[in-house]
Write a protein that binds this ligand. Structure first.
Ligand code: NCD
Length: 427
């Protein structure tokens, strides 16, 4: 199986087999991290990095990965101010120029769908998204999945509870897809108004996820979260009788059922309404005691940076995996870079090499995406394209940012005119 030349904009651009392959190759690199490989496989290759949003881990671990592979890095960590974009240059022109200076382009940008646009203007080199707005962060997901697989032995069958601002956290969207696709399960706990965006929830349901979404752990107790006793009479897990156990005890039972707990910060920079942000800050306190009640083997994960949602006192606990998780960014990105550049061949046979199908989308005169962070609202040469949301003829999904909106009524059109062709042919 070869990944050479592929663009990675969404975790769904990779098949399950390709994800497993990247994690396998990362395992090999993890054991060879101690030296800088000046005669490594990426010698004579240049990786360009343009980051239009702040970054510590993603920028530096990509750079570290390329250096360890023996390649060179050119880039701008503050491209919003350093590059010609500050003079009004477009993403499209930036991508076309970067292509003639490098062999691989990594970009982070605050607009949802911006990385898809950049990838569309490359004809010769592969592209990797370092995160686009509130949309997706596929390489963070690769290292998150790697952390779970390395530390728990498997992804299949693992239950991961995700806490925090699930609406605006791009890491969560990509991680949820990846986990469910590889046979894991997720339980969501988010303050009011900060749950999963509808398009993410629906895509997860299409992948077979039964929604488990709560505003607090207390609510999870009242809800339908099934509780099991570790050992039943026949050695199999047995369902607990919820009525017999007090709420606090139930919370502990629930916490012990999580194989990993994944926290995210409030993504303050993505709030459209200052008042909502202020109100949410009040509600955004995660009870520190719950960390101590987590199961002995539960991994505590966080993409970082953290604010107040994770207590420093917990850092020395062996379950605190977040700094190890950040460290795994190097071998995982070494694996991804070397595979996309065609520098390593793998004997791993694909479990399944079919990526998740992207729906057909069509340009639609006069209709614009309602998401104000969508790239199509700023880069006006990009034609907005939409797909028909399956099962709901009134909803359109944006090809670039995935957000859904009610189909506008076209002026002077017959009342039942279709704005978008709902054909399911592949792109
Ligand atoms: C995340 C990001 O940039 O989305 N950070 C990261 O890449 N490790 C998470 C965040 O900023 O909260």
């Amino acid at each position: 199986m070869s990944l050479g030349g592929k663009h990675i904009v969404s975790i769904n651009d990779l098949s399950n087999g390709e994800i497993e392959l990247i994690l396998d190759v990362a395992d090999e690199f993890q054991d060879q991290l101690s030296f800088r490989n000046s005669s490594g496989p990426a010698l004579n290759h240049i990786m360009a990095m343009m980051f239009f949003e702040p970054s510590t881990r993603t920028y530096l671990s990509f750079a570290s990965a390329m250096n360890r592979l023996g390649g060179d890095v050119i880039g701008m960590p503050d491209a919003a101010h350093q590059s010609s974009v500050a003079k009004g240059e477009s993403i499209a022109d930036t991508a076309r120029v970067v292509e003639s200076y490098s062999d691989l382009f990594v970009m982070r940008h605050p607009l949802d769908g911006s990385t898809r646009v950049a990838s569309e203007y490359l004809t010769k080199i592969p592209f990797i998204s370092g995160g686009d707005g509130a949309h997706e962060h596929p390489t963070q997901t690769l290292l998150d999945l790697y952390t779970i697989r390395r530390e728990k032995g498997t992804i299949k069958g693992q239950t991961v509870a995700i806490f925090g601002d699930l609406l605006h956290s791009r890491t969560i969207h990509s991680l949820a897809y990846g986990l469910v696709r590889l046979g894991g399960d997720i339980v969501c706990v988010a303050p009011p108004g900060l749950g999963l965006p509808p398009y993410v929830r629906e895509s997860l349901q299409d992948l077979g996820w039964a929604p488990k979404e709560f505003e607090t752990l207390e609510e999870a107790v009242k809800g339908d979260l099934v509780l099991y006793q570790a050992e039943g009479a026949n050695g199999k897990p047995r369902r607990k009788d919820q009525a017999q156990v007090k709420q606090q005890a139930l919370i502990e039972v629930i916490l012990k059922q999580f194989d990993a707990m994944y926290f995210t910060r409030l993504q303050a920079e993505r709030f459209e309404d200052e008042q909502q942000l202020a109100a949410t800050k009040e509600a955004y306190t995660i009870n520190r005691a719950i960390l101590n009640k987590a199961g002995e083997e539960t991994l505590i994960m966080h993409p970082l940076p953290r604010r107040s949602e994770l207590a420093y006192e917990f850092d020395r606990d062996k379950r605190a995996a977040y700094f190890r998780q950040a460290g795994y960014g190097v071998p995982v990105r070494m694996a991804l870079v070397s595979l996309l550049l065609g520098l390593v061949e793998s004997s791993t046979s694909a479990i399944d090499s079919k990526p998740v199908e992207r729906r057909t989308a069509q340009g639609t005169a006069g209709v614009e995406c309602e998401n104000i962070r969508c790239v199509t609202r700023q880069e006006l040469y990009v034609t907005p394209r939409f797909w028909q949301v399956p099962g709901n003829t009134r909803l359109l999904g944006c090809y670039y940012c995935d957000q859904e909106m009610i189909k506008p009524i076209r002026q002077n059109a017959p009342p039942d005119a279709e704005i978008v062709d709902g054909a399911q042919a592949k792109n």
